[in-house]
Write a protein that binds this ligand. Structure first.
Ligand SMILES: Cc1ncc(COP(=O)(O)O)c(C=O)c1O
Length: 435
């Protein structure tokens, strides 16, 4: 067995540990995976925050198969195919305000790189090329490429990879257990943390800053919900100083917080939005950047035969991804999934917060169908307790995810109340069993 698993260098995985006791998934349908022993596992994390409509949805499966037979590939540079335009239109229709231009990528990481490059080029085409600084936030996750890693703020993702992009700075994160532990929904304290951006404006001068990028809800760092008023304040400061605001909606996009985008849930419209994952229900890799009209317009000024934005990927708007994306949006619409997290959120919240009295639990956080349960780290062994909870849940037939000592939940938006109960009772048992 070990020899068979040897060649694959697995991403974000403890390879040697995994290969000694592999967890192999071989089938998926609806709310469930099955492993190589035929055991059914309830999916508490939508795969990796992406399978929002549940697994192997027939409409999506069929659309991919038909598209592969009809036209497998079409070059995206100086050429187009109808489904790319149709999907862009459909995504723009879901986005808030005048966010109505869509640039396709193949992943969340690529969407982030694209948004950062778009922001820099936007200022340059407007004659403000001195705006070269990019501001991220501590504990942010924006994928694994150099731009995203540089604006990201998770030390383990940064420390091995040299000096990264120059000219990047970070505002403070918003996690404050002392003030906000066990908040239901948005925490009450911390809007003033947005003022940290003013500190960086004072340090660097706002005229040097191109953009600020944040996740409206930080997922990979352990589910951090924005304090009430925080995102509004960030928007105001950006407006005051001519800085573009980028929301990284890779996990929050497509229904996770009860609206198509978290921008709508929190009532704050950014200038650019990166998304991926739920765009195609995870079935074919695809990401996108959604831009406001004024950003696009700024580029459309030079000679008409000139390429306005020297950027793109061989697989931008890949026909299979576009077919999957259209079928995904149809499925979301038919089943009302983009607002279902809002309908289920109080049941989900109540269920999750019942874990407050379980051993080692120091915080429970929630918004829409996202949950985080933070555990006290084992002395001298951070992350180990949460990882053991993950293993215990998996053995008991429920897939959760851990980051640091936080257990993260982001189930498919088709989840039933009974399945929420199953996840929470499995978690309670696991947390109680794991010392
Ligand atoms: C907020 C955010 N941005 C970017 C990414 C990177 O996306 P991908 O893994 O598709 O490159 C992720 C992935 O989880 C994410 O959560």
């Amino acid at each position: 067995m070990t020899a068979d698993l040897d060649a694959y260098w697995m991403p974000y995985t403890a390879n040697r540990q995994f290969k000694k006791a592999p967890r192999l998934l071989t089938k998926a349908s609806g709310m469930h995976f099955w492993n190589d022993e035929g055991r059914q596992i309830l999916d508490g994390v939508a795969g990796l925050w992406c399978v929002n409509a549940g697994h192997a949805r027939p409409r999506i499966v069929q659309a991919i198969a038909e598209q592969a037979a009809e036209m497998d590939y079409a070059p995206p540079f100086q050429m187009g195919h109808p489904k790319a335009f149709e999907l862009a239109r459909r995504v723009a229709d879901l986005a808030p305000g005048d966010m109505n231009k869509v640039f396709f990528t193949n992943s969340g990481s690529e969407a982030v790189e694209t948004a950062l490059k778009m922001a820099l080029a936007y200022h340059r085409v407007r004659g403000e090329g001195q705006r070269t600084r990019l501001i991220g936030r501590e504990r942010g996750y924006h994928g694994v490429n150099f731009g995203g890693m540089s604006v990201g703020g998770i030390v383990g993702n940064r420390k091995m990879f040299g000096t990264m992009l120059s000219g990047v700075d970070h505002i403070r994160h918003t996690h404050d257990l002392g003030a906000n532990a066990f908040s239901v929904g948005q925490p009450a304290h911390g809007a003033e943390l947005a003022d940290d951006l003013e500190r960086l404006c004072a340090l660097h001068d706002p005229s040097t800053i191109a953009a600020v990028i944040v996740e409206p809800v930080a997922g990979s760092t352990g589910v951090l919900i924005p304090p009430q008023g925080y995102l509004q304040r960030l928007r105001e400061i950006c407006d005051r100083h001519g800085i573009l605001l980028i929301f990284d909606e890779v996990i929050t996009g497509f229904g996770r917080t009860g609206n198509p985008f978290a921008a709508q849930t929190f009532g704050v419209t950014p200038d650019l939005m990166s998304c991926a994952k739920g765009l195609t229900n995870g079935a074919v890799p695809m990401g996108a950047v959604i831009a406001r009209q004024h950003v696009y317009d700024a580029f459309m000024q030079g000679p008409e035969q000139a390429i306005e934005f020297a950027h793109g990927y061989t697989y931008s708007a890949h026909p299979l991804a576009c077919a999957a994306g259209l079928a995904t949006l149809d499925t979301y619409e038919e089943e009302g999934l983009l607002t279902r997290a809002g309908e289920l959120q109080s049941y989900f919240a109540e269920s999750l917060h019942s874990l407050k009295d379980a051993p080692h639990v120091i915080d429970v956080r929630n918004i829409g169908l996202v949950g985080g349960i933070e555990l006290t780290p084992r002395p001298g062994a951070p992350t180990a307790r949460a990882f053991d909870v993950f293993l215990d849940c998996y053995a008991a037939g429920v897939m959760v995810r851990t980051t640091g000592d936080t257990v993260a939940l982001s189930p498919p938006l088709i989840i039933s109340r009974e399945q929420i109960d199953q996840i929470v009772s499995t978690l309670r048992n696991a947390i109680s069993r794991v010392a």
